[in-house]
Design a protein around this ligand. Structure first.
Ligand code: GLA
Length: 352
């Protein structure tokens, strides 16, 4: 069984240039790309000032553009999933008039980035601006993981991010005997949009009840000792976060030593904790993880991202990829989409 193939950057760029020429009648003057990401371990830890270990993917978005003199922004998006291109025109923000989120919803994140983007700044500042756009324009109180890995990913490496200090450490991930398989459950339970902010709030409440700035400052023994100060549910949420931060540090260490078995065990523990304590998994994700784990050559598997649908990530021997995909699809009640990706580079300017 084969993973779905992803277009090369050159193909995407050619397509974007063609669409730009057709729409505006001139050649674009600037082209950039930004990758997708998968989080290997460290889930729901970023907004708790914890550790995460994502990698950038070879799947990417390409953007082309040109300056214009009339103070307007014209957006045109095309994608494989949409039949029709989507268009929107709006004025650039000024000191007197800011951009506001509204409809169409698909443009809100782009508007937010334009509104908040600084003229200069370090990479971390740019990531924070994009995070701000998600909070105030897209309405998702996310952490900083996605933005930082999209900017700082490096080919052949996962990136350990300390979301408290924003310090990053590259962890080599280029062993040709190893593969990272992403399995899309193709389900998206709407519950996720209300549960994500709720989880964030619950974590903050526990930290506050224990007199700490964030759950990053809380040790497991302190949480146990303060059990009476928090609700039963809050306790389980915090137990996930505190344990997950520790697992992420251990996983980065295991990966740097090439101990894939240890890494895999931590992935499985992470999934169990997300399922039972943090309660952000769903039957479909559990099914995909269970199916992957029953294949010889699989080191570990877990849900990845916010949860309530979306994808699982599986670490496995490259030689086992085909039979693993086959087995997962046979066991899964729905339809899967598979991606096999190397760790790729972060966002970059493309030569035109
Ligand atoms: C979403 C958010 C991230 C992170 C993950 C969970 O993907 O965008 O910031 O919180 O959920 O780890």
């Amino acid at each position: 069984m084969a993973a779905s193939s992803h277009p090369q950057v050159s193909e995407l760029l050619a397509e974007a240039r063609r669409a730009f020429r057709a729409e505006f009648g001139v050649e674009p003057q600037l082209a950039v790309s930004a990758p997708g990401r998968v989080n290997l371990i460290g889930e729901h830890t970023d907004y708790n000032q914890g550790l995460v270990l994502p990698m950038a993917l070879e799947l990417m978005t390409v953007l082309v553009g040109s300056p214009r003199m009339d103070g307007l922004v014209s957006l045109l998006t095309t994608s494989e999933d949409a039949d029709e291109p989507r268009r929107l025109q709006f004025p650039l923000p000024t000191a007197q008039r800011s951009l506001e989120p509204g409809t169409p919803h698909w443009a809100n994140y782009v508007k937010g980035v334009i509104q908040h983007y600084p003229d200069s700044g370090t990479i971390a500042a740019r990531a924070q601006v994009c995070q701000q756009a998600e909070h105030s324009f897209a309405g998702v109180p996310c952490g900083i993981m996605d933005q930082l890995i999209a900017l700082m990913g490096q080919k052949g490496h996962a990136l350990l991010i300390d979301c408290r200090s924003l310090e990053t450490t590259l962890v080599p991930l280029s062993d040709p005997r190893l593969a990272v398989l992403i399995t899309n459950s193709n389900v998206h339970h709407t519950l996720g949009s209300s549960e994500y902010p709720l989880r964030r709030r619950q974590c903050e409440e526990v930290a506050q009840a224990l007199g700490k700035e964030s759950l990053r400052e809380v040790k497991l023994e302190e949480l146990d000792a303060g059990k009476e100060l928090v609700s039963k549910e809050g306790f389980r949420r915090a137990r996930h976060v505190v344990g997950e931060i520790r697992r992420t540090a251990q996983a980065a260490d295991a990966l740097s030593r090439g101990d894939y078995r240890a890494f895999g065990r931590l992935m499985v523990e992470s999934h169990q904790s997300l399922r039972d304590d943090f309660e952000v998994s769903c039957p479909e994700l559990d099914q995909l993880v269970e199916a992957a784990l029953s294949v010889p050559g699989v080191y570990g598997s877990r849900m990845t991202g916010g949860g309530f649908g979306g994808c699982t990530v599986t670490l496995l021997e490259a030689a086992a990829a085909s039979r693993t995909m086959q087995h997962i699809q046979e066991q899964y009640s729905g339809t899967t989409t598979f991606y096999l990706s190397q760790a790729a580079d972060g966002a970059m300017v493309l030569p035109l």
